[in-house]
Design a binder for this molecule. Sequence first.
Ligand SMILES: C[S@@+](CC[C@H](N)C(=O)[O-])C[C@H]1O[C@@H](n2cnc3c(N)ncnc32)[C@H](O)[C@@H]1O
Length: 209
Amino acid sequence: MRMKTLATLDDMKTYYDQRAAEYDDWWLGRGLYAALHRPGWHEEVWEVERVIADLPPAHTLDVACGTGFLTRFLRGHVAGLDQSERMIEIAARRVPGGEFVVGDGLALPFAADSMDRVLSGHFYGHLNRHEGARFLAEARRVASELVIVDAALRDGVEPEETQERVLKDGSRHQVYKRYFDPAALAEELGGGTVLFAGTWFVAVVARLR
Ligand SMILES: C[S@@+](CC[C@H](N)C(=O)[O-])C[C@H]1O[C@@H](n2cnc3c(N)ncnc32)[C@H](O)[C@@H]1O
């Protein structure tokens, strides 16, 4: 059995490229996720979708947009960035009016102040503190508002852990992952407002400048 440690951003790219075609199974409770006991999961996914759909229309960049599962609910001019070509291909098909680019979320290929908002779902929690600071600096450079959607701290998980992830092909990958208390995340972002606090997900909006 192959084992990979996600020590570098290149490793992360390999893992998510490989996972792209089956990624939405996690959101939708299909495939490897069909048998998981996740009480209230689907209701919370709908809540998160509504939180995003309720954001005022704006020029929004979804950093690490993945398959565009959340991107599609944004209103206004939508851009998506991900380092995985396969993720971007799926997102571009799913959100036909959007502008999608392959790139690094820690070195955004966009001019200063070129967006109203940066949104990022389930990316910040994969970053160590140093990478997280780089991401926040980049988000602040391109936009004045940041919305983070990520995993909620709950029973059975640690605030910070390394997880073994298994894909359909049997490959195993080690992934760094944080889980967030909503108020603590808001404070970490420099003083944000909690938009959603559930068992599975948190969503926070913060002014960056
Ligand atoms: C857990 S998925 C989240 C996808 C999507 N935002 C969502 O909530 O469904 C993490 C995503 O981060 C992307 N990613 C990882 N490192 C990245 C980086 N340095 N720059 C851009 N995207 C990155 C992966 O390719 C993957 O699509």
